[in-house]
Ligand binder design. Structure first.
Ligand code: CTP
Ligand code: MG
Length: 960
């Protein structure tokens, strides 16, 4: 049977691909992705014809298109594929040293050489074979090398589903060896800075570079050194720890300028003798600061090797003078005298981040603090070269966190106000600051308005939008020119086209950034009554203008955020300006909502018995598992008569499975073996054996890192999949099962939520929405944190001896190497109440919470609709408490965007919700809002409470 490859089916279930050990990065959707803007031409491939005449560009020694690391990697990948000996050697070196910067330098150098020069460099080291050619067993992928696109085929239109202005999808790296592919994706994701971080001043240079790559002209002299976005990276993972504490041990947010003790720890070479000095640098940064260069303060941290392999030290700090969110980073020591060198000439700070502290929140508590913060924002708004949007954000933080005790005093008599001089000064400063912010916002308001309306009215056509007649006319006009003039005309045309693309991208990005800053500022002043009072009493004129600006921007909300016209249209049809429309006005109370909760509870009691599977469900699956296991063993798929056992994971084993769920299985060798279970060969043999045994729709995905076979069982019609090696999925299935046993409400909620998500079209990772696994993790995190008292603990944090006292001699839980990523390790321990005999105790504790399933369900929808701070927090059932996204962003390079993020309980570096793009996140969030609104409607008797669950789980109209 020929293995089926690629095609649409390949992408049927990305979550499966990942959970079977596929890449952690979302796979680029090759069908939907545009080619990279200006990739380096693949060596030995025909250079793209520049124009109709078929003239080719003269070869260039240094290709400006290779300025970005991601471009270098693309070009290098193509070179590697040709079997170039020097490239293979460079790649082998990289696998040995894993120093990304060094590797990229090597690659850049090689790419600048001619083939002859490269041949003269070192041959591959003995035993280092070039990667096998495409199509051979062991070849990672059969995809073609990325060819440089024809200039005119580079569409300026956004790829479908990509929100305007967002970074382009990752490059196709299918033909790279695994290590290099991971690096390419990593570099790509780093190369795309978060919106607003890349100064617009460089865009002209980008255009020039892109143009020279397109038309082959001489590389233009850059006017200024190109801004290079170097994200804070963790090159040496888990190398250290940095934590801060206030001298009086104050917990929670601190006041500006508060004293802090920062302690740090760093793993050092075992040779370093105990007692020797070891210094580091400790920097205080704004959360998410893109580089280590702009520390608010950086201090030399003197320390010493206190025990073998571990250095420690402490250093004193003061909290910043403005409110905000900050972190400490542990860095390489600064070169002596760096602080004294002027900012312009200062060498770049090290990009090594050994550790990041928890978030340090600074909030104002007195008028003096407030005045200081306002002054800092105003200064930032006035000073040239500093980020105005950053200042707006800073002011928003102050407004969000202003305590009620600082609310302005009421008017005492007409025209006079109570309050101290400090209060008066704050009032003046706030007025000045807001006026300045509004000026800043006003500069942009007409921009997006005109842009959006003009785009809607098709007044901003692109060349691709030209009609065929236009193109013909243009071609005819050019055809009368001399060859040289024609070439110039074409070049000029390209210049104009590329400039337009850049301009549009910048405008969109800028519009989004300004809009976000504006919304945040308005929300901050509206959401905090103390701030609102300040605004109304100190700056009524500015308050009115702020509302006005925000309404104008909000009207355009959907123009900028969701991707593509379809997204906008769908949003309009379903949710008319959803958030302001649905936002509830007050907290639910048992008095008002009790009736609706009871009705919801009754509805769950009616529905759940139909959803819970009976014995037949498990029997049928066990029978299929046995049959498949026998079939694979009979076919000797592991070779040499080696036996295998098939183990079930996912919903067929975690107690959250309903009729119709697929059967997820994975191979475990019956005896210990050295055999590489992930080899494509095993997978292909499994596919053949299953097909011969009559399985239907067999699909072999032997190119995933952990290969998998999908098929339909002919006897039962069950959708099945068998992966070859998936210990983490087996383990997280056990964890979910353990949680399910603690309290009946856990299963009850998960079943209703899974049913709701499926029916509302938000449970399909292949379409960019969340997997069932993701929803279950959300339910667990909710039950751990929201209901009071909580219903679930974190089984991963609960001591193994609980409820007995902790055994002081027990070794800490072991960590083991990650099965697919040797650079990481994982801890698979958790408190399994069933095995440790603590189930009764846990149930008793869960039973102290008397909230009904109906109430919990209502609160769940409300929680994820309104209460979760998606931008700053991560859903993490491992910790059973809030986990700052900033830490994940710094330690595991998670994007600090406003999308739902869920930490995998065991692979803590993995975001289970990573597939969500902004529009899909919005889609899910709006479903939460809709469900929450329906509960509110039921409480207010606007709809029949008995039908609330039916409305919530109402199937989508056909076209959706
Ligand atoms: N899994 C994982 N990581 C993911 C997605 C899934 O480890 N990102 C594993 C989990 O063990 C999960 C299993 O794959 O239990 C199946 O995932 P999924 O299909 O999302 O969940 P099911 O519980 O099987 O749900 P359904 O009933 O919809 O099949
Ligand atoms: Mg499943």
């Amino acid at each position: 049977m020929p293995p089926k490859q690629g095609g649409q089916d390949q992408d049927k279930k990305p979550s499966q691909r990942r959970r079977r050990g596929g890449k952690k990065h979302p796979k680029p959707d090759r069908a939907a992705s545009p080619p990279p803007a200006a990739p380096a031409p693949a060596p030995k491939e025909k250079a793209p014809p520049c124009a109709r005449g078929g003239r080719t560009n003269p070869p260039k020694k240094t290709d400006p298109a290779l300025e970005e690391d991601s471009d270098v990697l693309l070009a290098f990948g193509a070179l590697l594929k040709t079997g170039d000996a020097a490239a293979c050697a460079a790649h082998a070196r990289y696998e040995a040293h894993e120093d990304q910067a060094r590797f990229i330098e090597d690659a850049r150098r090689l790419l600048a050489m001619s083939a002859g020069e490269r041949a003269a460099t070192r041959a591959p080291p003995p035993g280092m074979a070039p990667p096998p050619p495409p199509g051979m067993p062991g070849s990672p992928r059969r995809a073609a090398a990325p060819a440089a696109p024809h200039p005119r085929s580079t569409s300026p239109r956004r790829p479908p589903g990509l929100p305007p202005g967002l970074a382009p999808p990752p490059p196709s790296v299918d033909h790279f060896p695994p290590g290099l592919a991971a690096l390419a994706l990593e570099v790509h994701s780093e190369a795309a800075p978060p919106p607003g971080l890349r100064p617009t001043a460089t865009d002209d240079q980008d255009v020039a570079a892109a143009l020279s790559a397109l038309i082959g002209g001489p590389a233009p002299e850059p006017a200024k050194p190109k801004f290079k976005w170097v994200p804070p990276r963790v090159h040496k993972r888990r190398g250290g720890r940095v934590a801060f504490s206030a001298p009086d041990n104050t917990k929670g947010p601190l006041r500006p300028r508060a004293r802090l003790d920062v302690s740090w720890e760093l793993k050092v070479d075992a040779e370093g003798a105990v007692g020797t000095r070891r210094d580091v640098s400790v920097g205080l940064f704004r959360v998410g600061a893109p580089t280590n260069d702009a520390a608010i303060v950086a201090k030399q941290g003197r320390g010493a090797v206190e025990e073998v392999g571990l250095a420690r030290g402490t250093v004193a700090f003061f909290a910043p003078r403005a409110a905000g969110a900050f972190v400490f980073r542990l860095l390489d020591p600064e070169p002596p005298g760096r602080q004294q060198i002027s900012k312009m000439e200062r060498p770049k700070a090290s990009s090594n981040v050994y550790a990041t502290s928890d978030k340090l929140d600074v909030i104002v508590r007195t008028h003096d603090d407030l005045l200081d913060s306002l002054k800092a924002s105003l200064q930032q708004l006035e000073e040239p070269g500093r980020s105005r949007l950053g200042a707006l954000q800073q002011l928003a933080v102050v407004a969000e966190t202003l305590p009620a005790s600082l609310a302005p005093k009421r008017q005492t008599h007409i025209g006079g106000r109570a309050g101290s001089t400090a209060e008066k000064r704050c009032r003046d400063k706030l007025r000045a600051c807001l006026a300045r912010c509004l000026d800043e916002l006003a500069k942009h308001v007409p921009g997006p308005l005109t842009l959006a309306t003009r785009r809607r009215a098709d007044e901003l056509p692109f060349h691709e939008d030209e009609t065929e007649t236009d193109v013909l006319k243009r071609e005819r006009a050019w055809s009368v020119l001399s060859e040289e003039d024609e070439q110039s005309a074409r070049d000029a045309f390209e210049v104009e086209r590329v400039t337009k693309i850049k301009k549009q991208r910048n405008e969109d990005r800028r519009a989004r950034d300004v809009h976000a800053a504006c919304r945040r500022l308005c929300a901050a002043f509206n959401g905090n009554s103390a701030s609102r009072q300040w605004l109304e009493s100190a700056a009524p004129e500015q308050a009115r203008r702020l509302d006005d600006v925000s309404t104008r921007w909000d009207a355009l909300l959907e123009e900028f955020w969701p991707g593509g016209a379809d997204g906008v249209a769908a949003l309009r049809r379903h949710y008319d300006r959803a958030d302001s429309f649905f936002r509830p006005t007050h907290q639910p109370s048992a008095q008002q909502h009790g009736f609706a909760w009871r009705a919801l509870d009754d509805a769950c009691a009616r529905v759940l018995p139909q959803l819970f599977p009976g014995d037949a469900f498990f029997k049928r699956r066990e029978e299929v598992r046995r049959r498949v296991e026998a079939c694979l063993n009979n076919a000797d798929v592991l070779g040499n008569g080696q036996r295998l056992v098939l183990r079930v994971f996912g919903s067929s084993a975690n107690l959250f499975g309903a009729e119709g769920a697929d059967l997820d299985m994975c191979v475990v060798p019956a005896e210990k073996t050295d055999k590489d279970l992930t080899s494509p060969e095993v997978c292909r043999r499994m596919g053949e054996a299953l097909e011969q045994a009559g399985a239907k729709n067999v699909q072999v995905r032997d190119t995933a890192r952990v290969p998998i076979v999908l098929f339909e069982d002919p006897a039962t019609g069950l959708d099945c999949d068998v992966s070859t090696h998936n210990p983490l999925a087996l383990r997280n299935t056990e964890l979910l099962r353990a949680y399910a046993k603690v309290d009946g409400r856990v299963r009850g909620m998960a079943y209703v939520i899974k049913k709701w998500a499926k029916i509302r079209g938000i449970n399909s990772p292949s379409d960019g929405t969340l997997s069932s696994y993701g929803y279950i993790l959300c339910v667990l995190a909710f039950l751990q944190t929201v209901p009071q008292p909580p219903i679930l603990p974190s089984l991963q944090r609960l001591d193994l001896d609980w409820p007995n006292p902790k055994d002081p001699n027990r070794e800490p839980p072991a960590r083991m190497p990650h099965p697919f990523d040797p650079s990481r390790d994982v801890c698979l321990a958790f408190h399994d109440p069933d095995k440790l005999g603590s189930l009764k105790d846990l149930r008793e504790i869960a039973g102290r919470n008397r909230q009904s399933l109906g109430e919990l369900l209502a609160l769940f929808f409300r929680h994820y609709a309104w209460d979760v701070d998606y931008r700053n927090l991560v859903v993490a059932p491992r910790t059973a408490c809030v986990l700052p996204k900033a830490n994940k962003a710094e330690l595991d390079c998670w994007p600090q965007n406003p999308h739902l993020a869920i930490e995998d309980p065991f692979e803590t570096h993995y975001n289970v919700a990573h597939v969500l793009k902004y529009d899909k996140h919005q889609k899910i969030r709006k479903e939460f809002m809709r469900a929450s609104k329906l509960v509110d409607d039921a409480a207010a008797q606007r709809i029949d409470p008995d039908l609330a669950l039916d409305y919530i789980c109402e199937p989508l109209p056909q076209e959706e």
